[in-house]
Structures are given as structure tokens and as C-alpha cells.
Design a protein around this ligand. Structure first.
Ligand SMILES: C[S@@+](CC[C@H](N)C(=O)[O-])C[C@H]1O[C@@H](n2cnc3c(N)ncnc32)[C@H](O)[C@@H]1O
Length: 290
């Protein structure tokens, strides 16, 4: 099956990111290549694009791009300052969250709309799956993950329900987990929405990875280089916003971020691509100060 992913805030991110069409760029979230392909289309013949993703499944999609200016490797946000040279990039892009490839494939376990193994790992070759975690984690840890990562107000109640259910039998599928929280007619949002997001963030250590990725990205950006980040929910955006606003010297000596831009999708984009509804693009320009 061929999966496709509708890239969010595509023209807005490119307009702000591509300051020098002959420059070098890094797309930290290749996914199905929506942003990467468009960056390549807009770069001149001497521009360069490096892309990474931690999901080994996306490799086959990256290999479909036959372009001498393009370079892909499997890696993670936290490693970019080790892979790429300091002050080598004109722009770095993060399009956070899950790709359609991950969401639409039931066996990856990201969606409560599709029954599959409870996995949820971006890199499904290493680390703990959601199934292993949800069946072994203490009640307080589950409640904390749902509260802090999933922003679920009923986190304690949810954690209690999970602990009680797993006493009867292992929670080993997305359906078994989401069936614990069935949707009532009047509810707009499925009650498992925040639950699934919280678990996904925990399983992939997303917030720590994001913080390390942001710090590393400014190390590899040139003076006047652009950092662009698209986030999809408030706890994710809070990390990006605080990072952009804070005096930069806290993180990397001698570097500041200026000309901060915040963009939300147009009404038209929200209508055509519901996944974009909560998206926020933030960009900032690197300035080296002596
Ligand atoms: C929303 S998708 C990107 C979609 C892409 N921009 C497109 O248009 O097709 C996010 C991607 O980031 C990847 N990802 C998430 N966390 C990562 C990390 N810490 N390091 C590398 N890739 C990561 C996921 O595996 C996923 O493929």
C-alpha cells in the first residue's frame, strides 16, 4: 500500500526557511517527504538538502528521491550536532508529530481508530513498546504521563481504569485500550485522544528529544540561519515557544534567536487538511554575538 501525507503549513514554512536557495538545509522529520520534496523543488542546483527520520520504514520513501542534492539517513533529533558540522546549515526544519504512514498503518499502534498491536514506537526496532509500558507501569506513572504529556484532566481516573483492566488480561491492542474509554454521543472528541497522545510522547521520549534537537540545531546553524518548527499541541508548542523566547545564552554561549515569527494555518488549509487545525509554525533567525 502507498501512503501519502499532506504536509502542513508547507508554503509558509518554505517561505520563511529558504533564505538562500543555494544553501544547505536539514529536514529533521522526513516522514513521507512532503516538506523535503518541496524544499528540493525550490533550491537551486547548488543547494543541498539533508533529511533524517528515526523511523526505518521511511527509508524506502527517501530512496525514491533521485536527486544528487539530497542526502537521507536514519537518525534522531538528539544526534544532529554529532552528525552535522557546526555552523554548516542555512536552515533546520522540524515538523513534529506522527506521519500518515505511522497513523494509518494499524500494526504501528498509533491510532485508536484502527485495531492493531499497541506499539507506538517511531523506531520500532528498539526501546519499549506501548504494550509493555501500559501493562507494567505503576498507576502514578500512568496518571502523570496522561496529565503532563496527554494534557488529560481525568488522568487519575484513566490510570485507575487501566490498572484494573490489566488485572483481568493484558492490554495488547489499540482496541482493547480504547474500548476502556468509549465515546458518548455528546462528546466531540474521542475520550482516548489525549490518552493515546500521552502514551506516544512517553514511548518516544518526544519532549526530551525535542529539547535536545532544538539545542543541537542552533549549534549547526550558520549566522542568519533559520530554525523552523511546526508543533501540533500546546504542550509541544510550549517547549518551542519558551526555547525561542528565552535569552539564548542559557543554552549555547554566543548565540541568540531573533526575528521570531509565529504562523497558524489558513481557514482554507484547516478545511482541506483537518490535521493542520492545531498546527503552529514558529521560526527564528540565528545571530552570533561576540
Ligand atoms: C509529521 S511527520 C513529518 C512529515 C513530513 N514533514 C512530510 O511532509 O511528509 C514527523 C516525522 O518525524 C519523525 N520523528 C519523530 N521524532 C523524531 C526524532 N526524535 N528524531 C527523528 N525523527 C523523528 C517521525 O518518525 C515522523 O516520520
Amino acid at each position: 500500500m502507498i501512503y501519502s501525507h499532506e504536509p502542513v503549513l508547507l508554503s509558509e514554512s518554505l517561505t520563511n526557511l529558504l533564505v538562500d536557495k543555494s544553501g544547505s538545509y536539514l529536514d529533521c522529520t522526513f516522514g513521507l517527504g512532503g516538506h523535503s520534496k518541496k524544499i528540493l523543488e525550490n533550491l537551486s542546483s547548488d543547494g543541498l538538502l539533508y533529511s533524517i527520520d528515526k523511523d526505518i520504514e521511511v527509508k524506502k520513501y527517501a530512496h525514491l528521491i533521485k536527486d544528487k542534492r539530497f542526502n537521507f539517513q536514519i537518525s534522531t533529533f538528539s544526534k544532529i550536532s554529532k552528525i552535522f558540522e557546526k555552523k554548516s546549515m542555512n536552515g533546520v526544519l522540524f515538523d513534529l508529530g506522527v506521519s500518515s504512514l505511522q497513523l494509518d498503518k494499524a500494526e504501528r499502534g498509533f491510532s485508536f481508530m484502527r485495531n492493531g498491536t499497541l506499539d507506538m514506537r517511531f523506531d520500532n526496532t528498539s526501546g519499549m513498546s506501548a504494550k509493555d509500558w501500559i501493562n507494567t507501569a505503576p498507576e502514578k506513572e500512568i496518571a502523570d504521563v496522561l496529565y503532563y504529556f496527554g494534557e488529560e484532566r481525568r488522568s487519575r481516573q484513566y490510570a485507575k481504569k487501566i490498572i484494573s483492566a490489566r488485572k483481568d488480561s493484558e492490554i495488547d491492542s489499540t482496541k482493547k485500550l480504547s474500548d476502556l474509554f468509549t465515546k458518548k454521543g455528546f462528546q466531540k472528541k474521542h475520550p482516548a485522544t489525549n490518552l493515546f497522545r500521552g502514551i506516544r510522547i512517553k514511548i518516544n521520549n518526544e519532549f526530551e528529544e525535542l529539547k535536545k534537537g532544538l539545542i543541537s540545531s542552533v549549534e549547526i546553524l550558520k549566522n542568519k540561519g533559520i530554525l523552523a518548527v511546526i508543533s501540533f499541541h500546546s504542550s509541544e508548542d510550549r517547549i518551542v515557544k519558551n526555547f525561542f523566547r528565552r535569552d539564548y545564552l542559557d543554552f549555547v554561549e554566543g548565540i541568540r534567536l531573533k526575528n521570531l515569527v509565529k504562523i497558524k494555518p489558513s481557514e482554507e488549509e484547516k478545511l482541506c487538511n483537518p490535521r493542520s487545525r492545531s498546527a503552529i509554525l514558529r521560526t527564528g533567525e540565528i545571530e552570533y554575538v561576540s
